[in-house]
Design a protein around this ligand. Sequence first.
Ligand SMILES: C[S@@+](CC[C@H](N)C(=O)[O-])C[C@H]1O[C@@H](n2cnc3c(N)ncnc32)[C@H](O)[C@@H]1O
Length: 256
Amino acid sequence: MPTHLQTNLDQYGSQAQAYLDSPVHAQGPDLAKAQALVAQSIPARGQALDVGCGAGHLSFALAPHLARIVALDPSPQMLATVQQAALARGLRHIETVPSSAERLPFPDATFDLVCSRYSAHHWTQLAPALKEMRRVLKPGGRLLLIDVQGEEDALVDSHLQAIELLRDRSHVRNRAVSQWGTLLADAGFIDIDHDSWPVHIDYSSWVARMRTPASRVAMIREVQTDAPQEVQEALAIERDGSFTFTTGLFWARADV
Ligand SMILES: C[S@@+](CC[C@H](N)C(=O)[O-])C[C@H]1O[C@@H](n2cnc3c(N)ncnc32)[C@H](O)[C@@H]1O
């Protein structure tokens, strides 16, 4: 069997353009909030690292407020897509680096901002990765972390993780807000703020974007239709499999 990293590269390598075009990734109130936070807190000469940049939507949104952005991802195809799209947008201060969150190839205290969006649920070693992000931040620098939230209710969470894993073999886990609080504090982050938004997921485009095999598409529908009423309500599961999850944004400062 392939390793988790190889599975991730297989899943994402061929889908870079789909992620560039995906409305779930290209838009969202989290991007507007991220822009506002960065504009008010990071100096215009600031340097940022975007971990798990995918097709680059977070980097593109923050680029007008920063002097340099390093977009990092293990997938060479994603990085090639970012390079092309950045040039097309005239964003020459975005550079790309192939690596993973668990191993950031930068000296200590390099960046004013380290950010990540819709990627951390793929990381196999989340706690060490957060410590790496803290390491490359200047003391007092900012962390901006956006991801699908896990559910505090164990029954609802089990169903969410099940459908996420059936859809995408590179899924590891969505963390609940209480888990994030502990993980971020343990990694050396303070003054942690949190915001969240419901995100409506259109079922057919959600599975198409990941090229989920038909057998797994059917399994997800079975998990959804068999789910008890409290899960149906919490995830707002619709007749066609569309549902709603929560996107969380964490904004924190590196301790000094
Ligand atoms: C959904 S995409 C990211 C979306 C993007 N950040 C945005 O704002 O639209 C998830 C990305 O996480 C990357 N990824 C997976 N495992 C990773 C890891 N261990 N470290 C860094 N990135 C990882 C994948 O290669 C993929 O490009």
